[in-house]
Design a protein around this ligand. Structure first.
Ligand SMILES: [Zn+2]
Length: 54
């Protein structure tokens, strides 16, 4: 393994960890828990979504 391969391997590992981080999404207006790809709150219609890393 070359130094570059090792570097890319390490970067890939870090990225994988980053994607595994849990993020909680909720409506800023009413606090309803939303899914990651929600474009708006189905409860109050607000499109302000708070992303909270846990
Ligand atoms: Zn809402």
């Amino acid at each position: 393994m070359t130094v570059l391969d090792e570097l890319f391997d390490r970067i890939g590992g870090l990225r994988e960890v980053g994607e595994r981080t849990t993020v909680h999404y909720e409506c800023r207006r009413c606090g309803l828990t939303l899914s990651k790809d929600a474009i708006g709150c189905p409860s109050c219609g607000s499109d302000e979504i708070a992303a909270i890393p846990l």
